[in-house]
Ligand binder design. Structure first.
Ligand SMILES: CC(C)(COP(=O)(O)OP(=O)(O)OC[C@H]1O[C@@H](n2cnc3c(N)ncnc32)[C@H](O)[C@@H]1OP(=O)(O)O)[C@@H](O)C(=O)NCCC(=O)NCCS
Length: 195
């Protein structure tokens, strides 16, 4: 298997630490993945009723998924840890690497305990900086639903640029929602404003 991330880093910011998943971090992901807003905003359900039905316990398959992330050299999955509480509040991921294109995908989710305190913004910046500083990646892309202005704000501030939209990509509670395509290129990152 080709290798993009030979080692799994711990990245330390002012508000968050991003680290490979440990046992406590994995346990904390249960309620986070069951949070109705996380489910809705990541497009993991199609109705409010479905978002409310999720169980806060991790099933064996999901637990094993997290336990094996550290062994995946073609992607980087890190727990987002709130430095204030030393608790895992979410995850940030670089996946879907295209070796031929020097590109990959980014995704992030933060549970209720961590949201709206600047943690997601810092986690995004830390991971993007790490990727461009330590790999040959040229492009990091993501998709975000149009009903998620908070995420759009965070990505835009981190240097992601809107490239287009997949119209009516998601149907939620009977309403069609566009998915907005964004990406940051190495050149964007190199010319980002200081600070
Ligand atoms: C999206 C997410 C990662 C952002 O992380 P966060 O820690 O909550 O965000 P931050 O506190 O760093 O920043 C939020 C920014 O959005 C702004 N914001 C919040 N709600 C907003 C809204 N309804 N409209 C516009 N801006 C909004 C905040 O004011 C803040 O900007 P500011 O710092 O300029 O004031 C996190 O909220 C999350 O994971 N949400 C649930 C799942 C999800 O949406 N995942 C992304 C799927 S693409």
């Amino acid at each position: 298997m080709s290798v993009l991330f030979p080692t799994k880093p711990t990245l330390t910011g002012q508000r968050v630490v991003l680290r490979p998943f440990g046992a406590y971090d994995i346990e904390a992901m249960g309620p986070i993945l069951a949070d109705p807003d996380v489910i809705r905003l990541t497009g993991s359900a199609h109705t409010t009723a479905e978002t409310l039905a999720a169980s806060a316990g991790l099933d064996a398959r999901t637990r094993s998924w997290y336990e094996t992330r550290v062994d995946q050299p073609d992607r980087l999955d890190l727990a987002i840890v709130d430095r204030e509480s030393d608790r895992c509040v979410g995850e940030a991921v670089l996946n879907e690497w295209s070796e031929a294109d020097d590109s990959c995908n980014f995704r992030i989710l933060v549970g209720p305990a961590g949201r709206d305190r600047g943690l997601g913004s810092e986690a995004t910046r830390l991971l993007v900086d790490y990727a461009f500083q330590n790999t040959t990646l040229n492009r990091i892309e993501l998709g975000v639903y149009a009903f998620n202005p908070r995420a759009l704000r965070v990505y835009g501030r981190a240097g992601f640029v809107v490239e287009g939209r997949r119209r009516d990509a998601l149907k939620f509670d009977g309403e069609y929602i566009d998915e907005i395509a964004m990406a940051i290129l190495r050149a964007d990152w190199e010319s980002r404003p200081a600070g």
